[in-house]
Design a protein around this ligand. Structure first.
Ligand SMILES: NC(=O)c1ccc[n+]([C@@H]2O[C@H](COP(=O)([O-])OP(=O)(O)OC[C@H]3O[C@@H](n4cnc5c(N)ncnc54)[C@H](OP(=O)(O)O)[C@@H]3O)[C@@H](O)[C@H]2O)c1
Length: 231
């Protein structure tokens, strides 16, 4: 049984051989195969909500939806919405008001921001998404996860980018990782990695167990589970 009232949390990302998830210019991710995109759809279809950071929204405007009609139908058959809830994390609320992310009106959207976010920046999104406020300088991720859980979100997929992934690692809110290792090198000290921010000291390094590995074509699909240490 989980010690906390929170969803089971999965991280999913595709990474280059040198640990990068994009270029230093934050170009949209174009180094993955069709197989990886299919797996992403499969993982999304098995969760209640998908969370991304405002950096990823600004860089890619990714439509967070289930592409496969078969998977959407299967979700509906089991009493779920066709698409998972899409959650955006932002302090500044400097988000695109238009664009392809907002196109599908069947997607339920939540923006999680701080108590300090200015009302005038929230206003343009009121008709497009529910806005949840929590925390002063940053959204309190523990509180946000509790709120999501109380709304019936029992599986949450975090799809980056690097800053958001690290925030979840720091908060101790990762249970599983899906990693696609792609045979490319991106380089650049300012290119985002799979976990940015300040990083852990050696005594706090997170440990995981490899529970699945599969090679398809030139990519490796790896799945890890968090090792919990009892305190
Ligand atoms: N290869 C992959 O699988 C993959 C997956 C996802 C993303 N990416 C790439 O990753 C890059 C983006 O990564 P990134 O690190 O620059 O940005 P990011 O992690 O997507 O977003 C960072 C932003 O999230 C908000 N944020 C983070 N923690 C917060 C908290 N606790 N409370 C409130 N807001 C919080 C802030 O938004 P505000 O600035 O609005 O305050 C912050 O600037 C893009 O290039 C994208 O294409 C790659």
């Amino acid at each position: 049984m989980k010690p906390d009232r929170r969803p089971h949390i999965l991280l999913n990302y595709a990474m280059s051989l040198d640990g990068k998830i994009s270029t230093e210019h934050r170009d949209p991710v174009l180094f993955t195969s069709k197989i990886d995109r299919g797996l992403m759809d499969e993982i999304r279809a098995d969760v209640d909500a998908v969370l991304i950071g405002a950096g990823t929204l600004r860089a890619e405007e990714p439509p967070v939806r289930i592409r496969s009609a078969r998977r959407r139908d299967e979700r509906v058959r089991t009493g779920k919405s066709p698409h998972p809830v899409s959650v955006i994390l932002s302090r500044t609320m400097l988000l695109p008001v238009e664009g392809r992310y907002w196109k599908d009106d069947k997607v339920e959207r939540i923006i999680a921001t701080t108590n300090q976010a200015p009302d005038e920046r929230i206003l343009p999104f009121k008709a497009k998404a529910e806005v949840i406020r929590s925390g002063r300088y940053a959204v309190d991720l523990g509180e946000l996860c509790r709120l999501l859980y109380d709304r019936g979100i029992s599986r949450l997929l975090v799809e980056g980018g690097g800053e958001v992934n690290m925030a979840f690692w720091e908060a101790g809110l990762v249970d599983e990782v899906y990693l696609t290792l792609c045979p490319v090198v991106i380089g650049g000290r300012n290119a985002p990695t799979a976990a940015d921010g300040t990083g852990f000291t050696v005594d706090c390094i997170r440990k995981l167990r490899l529970i699945e590995s599969r090679r398809v074509g030139q990519e490796l699909f790896l799945r890890y589970r968090m090792v919990r240490t009892r305190s």
